[in-house]
Every structure is written in C-alpha cells, then in structure tokens.
Ligand binder design. Sequence first.
Ligand code: HQG
Length: 181
Amino acid sequence: MNPELTTRTSKFLSLVLRHQPETAHITLDTAGWVSVEDLLAGCSKARRTLSRTDLEHIVATNAKKRFEFSADGTRIRASQGHSVEVDLNYESKEPPPILYHGTATRFLESIQVQGLLKMQRHHVHLSAETKMTMQVGARHGKPVLLTIQAADMHQAGHTFYLSTNGVWLVEHVPASFIRFS
Ligand code: HQG
C-alpha cells in the first residue's frame, strides 16, 4: 500500500469504527468490536477493498495507534475517539501528577469559565507528553498548552481512564485544576 492510500484507508477506518459503521455495512458490538472478516467484507461492499495484510499494516503503522486487534486477532476496534455509543471497558487508573491538553487560544476564555468539556467526544482527551499535544491544539487554531493538575483532580474524586493507545480520558476538567500559563 502506498502512503497516500494508507492514509485514506486509515481515515475511512476511523469513520466506520468510530462514527458511521453503516458506511461499511457493519455493526459494532457494545465494546466497539467487529469481526475482521465482517469488516473486510463490508469494506469490499463499500468499494474500499482491502486485504487482511493491508489492515495489519495500517494497524501497525498508524502514528497514533488508533486501532487494535483482539488478542486472538479475529476482531478489531478503534481504541478511542468514538461518537457512537460504546463502552470500551477501560479500567480506571491513577494518573501521573501532571497531564497536558492542547487547545487553541480562541477557546481559552470559554475554558476559563467552563473548564474542559468533552464536546462531541465521549471524554476530554489528555496526554502525558507535550509535543503531539501542541499538534492537537494546532488543529483548532493558534495552539496553546494547558497543564492539568491530574493528581489533585484524582484526589478530589475524578475518575481517569488510560486508553490502549496512551490517551488519558476524563469526563470533565474543572477550570480550578487547569494552569493556563
Ligand atoms: C475544546 C485527535 C471551548 C478543546 C487528537 C478542543 C486528539 C473547549 C475542542 C483527539 C472547551 C474539541 C482529541 C470549552 C474543550 N470551551 N472549547 N469549555 N472545552 N474545548 O477534536 O482534544 O485524530 O473533540 O480544547 O489527536 O482537540 O481523532 O478534541 O480544542 O487525541 O485520533 O474543544 O483527537 O485524535 O476538539 O482532540 P476535539 P481534541 P484522532
């Protein structure tokens, strides 16, 4: 698969495994899984034919590790980022003392009032590193890095989850736990 087709197919997989499974004529189970066989057949039907080898290549090389196979390799799902109702069954986990969130300067005023909201997603996404996080912010405008006092939040009773691909997930970050400078 050439890089351009890999990216295009990866975007299509994000669409069907997170948002619109019906586009590839599949349904996801309650934890977001679909059998690889059904996915490949559905992609074919949607005129996006790909082989099991292509799929393995995409899962292995995806920069953000967006997709995962089940332990026995027969099923696949997106590791996070869904808009369809799924319960990924992540166990809650104690976060590191500090986490980061990348956003755009134009959102700051509102975030100072409301804290971080999950918007269209199931959770607010936080990260333990800063470089990729700035890039996430840059998707929305002039990027700015917010520092989240995660240990304090955890101590105050907020539940944190860690996705398989290393994204920290929470329901809401109140403004009082955000350092803006
Ligand atoms: C902002 C990508 C105003 C929030 C990335 C963000 C990430 C507020 C935007 C993952 C707000 C939502 C997630 C408030 C939050 N007022 N704006 N009160 N609270 N916001 O895309 O974190 O490619 O839903 O700061 O790499 O940017 O999908 O979230 O700017 O990991 O795999 O509202 O998506 O990964 O934007 O990105 P998003 P995000 P994938």
